[in-house]
Design a protein around this ligand. Structure first.
Ligand code: BTN
Length: 264
């Protein structure tokens, strides 16, 4: 089992990942982080598990990860700004994780709205952000991150859509090293965004995605919309263009329809 000491050894952060709770098996690291954050856990606390029995994804889905091969963890944040900034948090986390993956492995990690990390058009990591409000301000935010690191086999329904770093690289990746790189990347971006404002993530995210200009479909509450991904607005919504009209979507599930060059 991955040990807290092993994860902290060589960690280049001031707060993120300095307090780590490791579990062999847990229901969900996000659920555990919420309980700890509502009592005492300081910003930067991490809960990490080798296996989740009830790992949760976006939109009520389940997050599957083979035990002992991947990274599944949750980070406690206590952002001071307005609740509106929370809409931009998934973009910030996506950019920080993609930067870390690319720095360590050299693989071309791309962000897919709202919060997936793709390599060669296949999903490699997912992010689940859950917040708690108190008296109309943010009490805490839990950033849950699942990364397919050394898993090489996926269930049949995922095998076309998912990949792992080991599959893309052809060699195993040191999970502790990757964890430390992600902590460093998240902390340095978080500090920069707190200084410059969360909206400064929008151009960085736009540089880190391959979605813009492409034909996509977005499913939102059972309704399917098609169009061209035009960009991200100031609230972090995806702007979808169709026949000269555009619509801003705050949530949804995106499928890329063209697998060639961007549409014009
Ligand atoms: C998604 O792509 O739908 C988001 C997946 C998020 C999975 C991570 S694994 C660690 C943390 N604990 C959870 O239960 N979920 C997140």
């Amino acid at each position: 089992m991955i040990k807290a000491d092993q994860l902290r050894k060589g960690l280049r952060t001031r707060h993120f990942g300095r307090r780590i709770f490791t579990f062999e098996t847990i229901d969900s690291t996000n659920t555990c982080a919420k309980v700890l954050a509502s009592c005492w856990a300081v910003e930067g606390t991490v809960i990490i598990a080798e296996e989740q029995t009830d790992g949760r994804g976006r939109l009520g889905r389940t997050w599957f990860a083979s035990p002992g091969q991947n990274l599944t963890f949750s980070l406690v944040l206590r952002p001071p700004g307005p609740a509106d900034d929370l809409n931009l948090l998934p973009l910030f986390v996506g950019v920080a994780v993609a930067d870390a993956v690319q720095n360590l492995t050299g693989l071309p990690a791309k962000c897919k709205w709202p919060n997936d990390i793709m390599i060669n058009e296949r999903k490699t990591a997912g992010i689940l952000i859950e917040g708690s409000m108190k008296d109309s301000s943010v009490e805490f935010v839990i950033v849950g991150i699942g990364i397919n690191v050394n898993q090489r086999e996926f269930p049949p329904d995922l095998s076309e859509k998912a990949t792992s770093l080991a599959l893309e690289l052809g060699t195993e990746v040191d999970r502790a090293e990757l964890f430390r790189e992600i902590m460093r990347s998240l902390e340095s971006r978080y500090e920069a965004l707190r200084e410059c404002g969360f909206q400064s993530i929008i151009p960085l995210w736009t540089e880190r995605t391959s979605m813009i200009g492409r034909k996509i479909s977005v499913s939102q509450n059972g309704v399917l919309m098609e169009g061209v991904a035009q960009g991200i607005n100031e609230q972090g919504a995806l702007v979808l263009g169709n026949n000269g009209n555009s619509v801003a979507l705050m949530a949804g599930d995106v499928t890329i329809l063209d697998h060639g060059f961007p549409a014009h």
